[in-house]
Design a protein around this ligand. Structure first.
Ligand code: CP
Ligand code: NVA
Length: 330
């Protein structure tokens, strides 16, 4: 049976089969090659999308817009809608569903994304909530595939840092789906959500995935990719001090990369990253806490084995694949 994702939302990836995820990845590679060859696209011609943002973004917003335009569609960016203030979520979703073929939502609560999908009548794509970042996870796996000759089922991905955040959760889900080894390395009180871990561990029994959560950094041994993310996510700024205290031993250093024991190991980060002091927040943290780098050393971030900008580019190709698969001209 061919894969048909027409009309589907993408909220967590939990409801996508391994085959559907593999299909999205293959489509991403095809669309990347097509763009590299300069072939103009029309797979989203006549399609309009709304980009609803309750949190800031660079990559996600730009990737959705460029992906849409590349394939002949039109995008509307909305960051100050009436939703939740003067108009209920339900009414807003019903209105947007009359204008648009698909809606991207980035915000705080996962329930908002789920409710939008329930009422809009068109696919809703989760562009990041407090709980999940599924479009990111697809780009991350695409980047890993570009950098390994091994099948994914033989690859080990290690996330180091705040392992209860959206990015870590989505990496655990996609790893479980694709039969990979996924290790979350974090302080005990920043482990992945317990219920999600149970759910993914049960799934892993079917897919052959190996999931692990530990506080021991030596678990990076054998990693094909070491991944980290910011120590406090958007909306958690008041937790900065506590997280710096908890996570400083978990900074991804050259020693951490070396202790993978894998000369081909790559470094991944969803970005934005605090790897130097060239940001307002990085500067504030330095003045308050005397730390020049947070989750990753600048020299790791800039090393040849760091694939963070390939990862950022792959947001474009994977997001395009999601839109083409769910609302594109078939
Ligand atoms: N990685 C990511 O989602 O980046 P933005 O916050 O810039 O969209
Ligand atoms: N965990 C980060 C990811 C940013 C892309 C955040 O939510 O801020």
């Amino acid at each position: 049976m061919p894969v048909n994702l027409n009309g589907r939302s993408l909220l967590t990836l939990k409801d996508y089969t391994p085959r559907e995820i593999q299909y999205l990845l293959q489509l991403s590679f095809d669309l990347k090659a097509k763009k590299r060859m300069g072939i103009p696209g029309d797979l989203l011609k006549g399609r309009n999308i709304a980009l609803l943002f309750d949190k800031p973004s660079t990559r996600t917003r730009c990737a959705f817009e460029v992906a849409c335009y590349d394939e002949g569609g039109c995008a509307t960016f909305l960051s100050n809608s009436q939703m939740g203030k003067k108009e209920s979520l339900e009414d807003t979703a019903r209105v947007l569903g009359r204008y648009y073929d698909g809606i991207q939502y980035r915000g705080f609560s996962q329930k908002t994304a789920e409710d939008l999908a329930a009422y809009a009548g068109v696919p809703v794509w989760n562009g990041l909530t407090d709980s999940y970042h599924p479009t990111q996870a697809l780009a991350d796996i695409m980047t890993l595939m570009e950098n390994t000759k091994k099948p994914l089922s033989e690859c080990k991905l290690v996330f180091v840092g705040d392992a209860r955040n959206n990015v870590a959760h989505s990496l655990m889900i996609i790893s479980a789906k694709l039969g990979m080894a996924f290790t979350a390395v974090s302080p005990a009180n920043l482990k992945p959500d317990r219920a999600l871990t149970h759910q993914m561990t049960a799934l892993a029994r079917d897919t052959g995935a190996r999931l692990e959560a530990t506080s021991d950094l030596s678990a990076v041994s054998g990693a094909d990719a070491v991944y980290t993310d910011v120590w406090f996510s958007m909306g958690e700024e008041e937790k900065a001090e506590e997280r710096i205290h908890l996570l400083s031993p978990y900074r991804v250093t050259q020693d951490v990369i070396a202790s993978t024991g894998n000369p081909h190991a790559i470094f991944l980060h969803c970005l934005p990253s605090f790897h130097d002091m060239n940001t307002q927040i990085g500067m504030d943290i330095y003045e308050k806490h005397g730390i020049k780098e947070m989750e990753v050393e600048d020299r790791v971030f800039r090393a040849p084995y760091s694939k963070v900008f390939d990862q950022a580019e792959n947001r474009l190709h994977t997001i395009k694949a999601i839109m083409v698969a769910t609302i594109g001209r078939q």
